[in-house]
Design a protein. Structure first.
Length: 206
């Protein structure tokens, strides 16, 4: 049975990218890009059904100390001798450190949003490490956006924006690289991967 008969061109392109990843030697690539493809579609549906609420009047501004958050994140995971070894990095971010750095370089070249900047006072803002880590934690664990605040030092609205820009950029950058026609074997493998990640059912089913 052909599970792709009801997919629109954009949906089919996303699935083709996933199918090529299924033949990769890296399980990390398979998992993260598969989830990204599905998350991209979910975010598009969400944007279509909701409007931007804007800032809440009277909400207190929280001084999060972005640099302190970045320094701790760097020491824990990205330093030459990090606190946490590679297998914990892989478990928590669902990918290897080399793949993370590959994505970081691609994202910074694709979208200036991921380049760390200074504000009018000369203070450095959030880094790509913080924005990417927040996005990946939301994707990996399905947690609320504000759950990334305490450790990564990134607010809820910024975490949501980082997630959307991360997903959009990765899909746009890598979709052409992973285009191919899936066969029934590929489809069966992807269905199995999706089911393990908590997305059972047919491809493109919402």
């Amino acid at each position: 049975m052909d599970h792709n008969y009801h997919l629109k061109p954009r949906d089919y392109q996303m699935r083709e990218m996933e199918m090529t990843l299924l033949e990769s030697d890296s399980d990390d690539d398979i998992k993260i890009l598969s989830i990204l493809a599905m998350e991209d579609e979910r975010l598009k549906r969400e944007r279509a059904s909701t409007s931007h609420r804007g800032s809440i009047v009277g909400r207190k501004v929280i001084k999060r100390n972005y640099l302190q958050g970045e320094e701790r994140l760097f020491r824990d995971y990205f330093a030459d001798s990090p606190v946490f070894p590679s297998y914990i990095f892989r478990r928590r971010l669902r990918m290897s450190r080399p793949l993370f750095f590959r994505l970081q370089s691609a994202l910074e070249a694709y979208d200036p949003y991921f380049i760390q900047k200074r504000n009018a006072a000369g203070t450095l803002g959030l880094s790509s490490l913080q924005k990417m880590t927040a996005a990946l934690r939301i994707l990996a664990y399905g947690v609320a956006a504000d759950s990334t605040d305490e450790y990564v030092r990134i607010g809820e609205s910024t975490a949501v924006e980082s997630l959307k820009k991360f997903v959009k950029a990765v899909v746009n950058i890598f979709s052409e690289e992973y285009l191919k026609s899936p066969n029934s074997n590929d489809i069966a493998k992807l269905l199995a991967v999706n089911e393990k990640r908590g997305f059972p059912g047919m491809l493109g089913e919402h």
